[in-house]
Design a protein around this ligand. Structure first.
Ligand SMILES: Nc1nc2c(c(=O)[nH]1)N[C@H]1C(S)=C(S)[C@@H](COP(=O)(O)O)O[C@H]1N2
Ligand SMILES: [Mo]
Length: 417
């Protein structure tokens, strides 16, 4: 929602008014309270680095290396280097290889080191709150404040590019080609940023600290709009190529390599039994993906627990009553949320004068939602939550193919006794 905090409050109040007027059926079966109830939101906006759900390949995993092995892998701040080269590839339809004016190579001492990258960051740095999510896991991994230098600024160090249609990149992988985990962007995605959008960047800080080894430090690619597989950890190689095809490791596993983060709500784990007469609060998280977020809504229905679980049929779905859930509001004081020394007006997606987010949730960001159910009679119930995007599509539409990102509508069953 593109709302400032004041109009957000109004929206919440008007939702309550709508419910009171009966326009939003706050029916007894649903028993769901209208938005505006006072709730606590269980997830901090910034996930501590060590509490991200980890998705890392490799044996041993690169972040378990220590001592000399770590130095040899060039995964310490002093030894880290980034090589940028041209791919010699030509083929049936690719007559000329890509080239760049000035390759950066470890062998001849020209590779980029961390000090040089951070020096570039003094004038070019971007800071951005990103929800990290795996295309194949139906649970957000975490949300961080990432800081680094746009990829285009780093490519500029290499002089003029010719015949370049894609940028390939990968990280340290134990010298075993089978462990290579790589990704790619089109030249346009690397070089240009539409207004209000966010550039691909090479991150060296997470939540204002150096990026931990587990999260992909010293330097990790961060692709704001994409699922996690484009945000390559332990970044060490960039190759400009005239090949027009995506080379992503994820593409080889039947995933859509160009998929964007999806607008989708996710349910937190909750008890499966509640005491009759007590209010029941259910919570979750919602990601604002490519198509933005209008609202999160919930559907409560009676079920018979002895019947096997099956998806509701068309008729049941058509008569479902979805009630608005409460979205966590933007913090009134961002200094209480952000690390010391970082002002919200310095973040992408925030107004550089007022320090307020230009949309809520922030673009490719994640917030908590909550709903309170009251006066439920003893029985068995099922609760579903879904996001509705700014085009009016309710999850999982308009893109229900799971290999472009898991965004099925999640359900929780429980008994009130
Ligand atoms: N080098 C490398 N980068 C990688 C991976 C990997 O295995 N190796 N996994 C990717 C995938 S599939 C995801 S979902 C994210 C997970 O990021 P996280 O572990 O910081 O949560 O990292 C991505 N970057
Ligand atoms: Mo992933």
């Amino acid at each position: 929602m593109a709302l400032d905090p004041a109009s957000r409050r109004e929206f919440l109040q008007s939702s309550v008014a709508l419910a009171a007027s009966g326009l939003i059926p706050a029916g007894s079966l649903s028993g769901q309270e209208a938005a505006g109830a006072t709730s606590t939101f269980p997830h901090p906006l910034l996930t501590p680095a060590d509490q991200f759900y980890d998705v890392s390949r490799g044996n041993p995993k690169p972040y378990t290396l220590a001592g000399e092995a770590l130095t040899k892998a060039r995964l310490t701040p002093e030894t880290w280097r980034l090589e940028i080269e041209a791919d010699p590839y030509t083929g049936d339809t690719v007559k000329e290889p890509a080239s760049l004016g000035k390759p950066l190579r470890t062998a001849d001492g020209t590779a980029l080191d961390l000090a040089a990258l951070m020096e570039l960051g003094k004038t070019k740095c971007v800071r951005f709150l990103k929800a990290m999510q795996c295309l194949n896991i139906a649970e957000p991994l975490g949300q961080g404040l990432w800081e680094g230098v746009p990829l285009r600024e780093v490519l500029k160090l290499c002089g003029p590019l010719h015949n370049t249609r894609r940028i390939y990149y990968w990280g340290f992988h134990n010298d075993d080609p089978k462990q290579l985990f790589q990704s790619s962007l089109s030249y346009t995605e690397a070089m240009e940023t539409p207004p209000g959008e966010l550039p691909a960047f090479l991150a060296y800080r997470l939540n204002a600290e150096p990026i931990s080894l587990e999260r992909g430090g010293p330097v990790r690619m961060v692709i704001p709009w994409a699922h996690g597989f484009k945000s390559i950890k332990w970044l060490q190689h960039i190759r400009v190529t005239n090949d027009y095809r995506a080379n992503d490791t994820y593409a080889e596993r039947n995933n859509d390599p160009e998929s964007h983060l999806k607008t989708a709500a996710y349910l937190d784990p909750a008890p499966d039994r509640f005491v009759a007469g007590r209010a029941i609060t259910l919570t979750g998280r919602v990601i604002s993906g490519l198509s933005g977020l209008d609202r999160v809504e919930g559907w409560l229905r009676s079920v018979r627990s002895e019947e096997p679980r099956k998806e509701p049929d068309e008729k049941t779905l058509a008569s479902a009553v979805w009630n608005p859930c409460e979205l966590e509001a933007p913090p009134a004081d961002w200094s209480l949320v952000l690390p010391p020394g970082i002002a919200s007006r310095e973040l992408l997606g925030f107004d550089s004068r007022t320090g307020r987010p230009t949309s809520w949730p922030t673009r490719y960001g994640m917030v908590s939602w909550s709903t309170t159910l009251r006066n439920l009679k003893p029985g068995d119930y099922e609760f579903r939550a879904r996001a509705v995007d700014l085009n009016g599509f309710a999850q999982p539409d308009p893109r229900p193919v799971p290999k472009t990102g898991k965004n099925a509508v999640e359900a929780h069953r429980f008994t009130v006794a």
